[in-house]
Design a protein around this ligand. Structure first.
Ligand code: RUB
Length: 309
């Protein structure tokens, strides 16, 4: 198995998890495709890039950030190939690798903005409930802690793959006050919570949020208790295809993740994500600032070349 295939397998097996990390790994897969290419001609290199993009884009189905970045960055690489007819193969490869690395740098810059806006939104002292593991959410919480805010965090354990443990460990290491709860145990903390803060895998044109399964229940419990509900989402999480009526596909994972050997007659359901209606969401914390769900697509379209232009 070559290193690109190995990386794609790691994404499928959740060794790489979370939309941003998956998108970054996608960019890395493009870089490795170029570095390992034995293409003799520029046409062959472009064809290899197109083929790799197809495989990378669909490695997990509910990841528009990965798809948006693959479309944009590989289109750009192909335009570099077409626009530099006299460049040597080696030179072209170096240029493409540099371009791809620039996408990762831009992601880091967006993350820094989100962390700043998100940290400002948090109270000086308070309780935040979160779910799953979102690098965007932990980025905000760590930034708020660094800014001197006294934030306690309740992490839902997030069955069946326990991503809540990753969040809890990361935040505890950073010095935050952390409690891990079984998923449905979150109800008892909600009355005291100041805010629910989750990540995003996809945001639709109507402002609905697709995130780790259990997020929609959390949003409803928050609303019942008058607790604000925010999602931290880089604008690449917006799926431009939803404007044409396409529904975000929800990844259904192997039932064995839930129950290795269920008894006969028991069907096991294991959706990775669920949809939270925009009406439960106070706002999305993006790199451009905090935007209401109904405005997200307009702001996102300024960033994403694909779609309405
Ligand atoms: C992860 C998950 C995260 C989002 C956002 O699901 O639902 O909340 O991907 O993460 P999984 P980030 O573990 O199945 O990938 O903010 O890091 O993009």
């Amino acid at each position: 198995m070559n290193r690109v295939d190995k990386l794609l397998k790691d994404i499928r097996d959740l060794k790489v998890q979370g939309a941003r990390n998956v998108a970054k790994a996608g960019i890395k897969a493009v870089i490795w495709t170029v570095e390992d290419s034995r293409a003799k001609t520029k046409e062959q290199l472009a064809a290899e890039l197109r083929e790799a993009r197809g495989r990378i884009m669909h490695v997990r189905p509910t990841e528009p950030m990965l798809r948006n970045m693959m479309r944009e960055s590989v289109d750009f690489a192909i335009s570099e190939i077409a626009g530099r007819p006299t460049a040597s193969m080696e030179h072209l490869k170096r240029i493409i690798v540099k371009d791809e690395e620039a996408y990762i740098k831009k992601m880091e810059a967006s993350m820094a903005n989100i962390a700043e806006f998100g940290a400002m939104l948090l109270p000086e002292k308070g309780l935040v409930v979160t779910h799953c593991h979102s690098s965007t959410v932990t980025g905000i919480l760590k930034r708020a802690h660094k800014d001197g805010k006294k934030i306690s965090v309740v992490c839902c354990e997030t069955r069946p793959r326990w991503q809540g443990r990753i969040t809890a460990e990361e935040l505890a290491k950073a010095g935050l006050d952390v409690t891990l709860t079984v998923d449905m145990g979150v109800n008892r903390f909600m009355k005291k919570a100041d805010l629910v803060l989750v990540g995003a895998d996809a945001v639709t044109v109507t402002g609905d949020l697709i995130n780790k399964v259990g997020t929609s229940a959390l949003a409803r419990i928050a609303r019942m208790n008058d607790v604000s509900f925010y999602s931290a989402a880089e604008l690449y999480k917006y799926d431009p295809l939803t404007i044409y009526g396409e529904r975000e596909q929800i990844e259904e994972r192997d039932p064995k993740e839930v129950w290795e050997k269920p008894p006969r007659g028991v069907r096991v359901s294991n959706p990775a994500f669920d949809a939270t209606a925009a009406r439960y969401i106070n706002g999305y914390i993006t790199e451009m600032g905090v935007v209401p769900p109904q405005a997200l697509w307009t702001v996102a379209m300024k960033k994403i070349r694909e779609g309405l232009e």
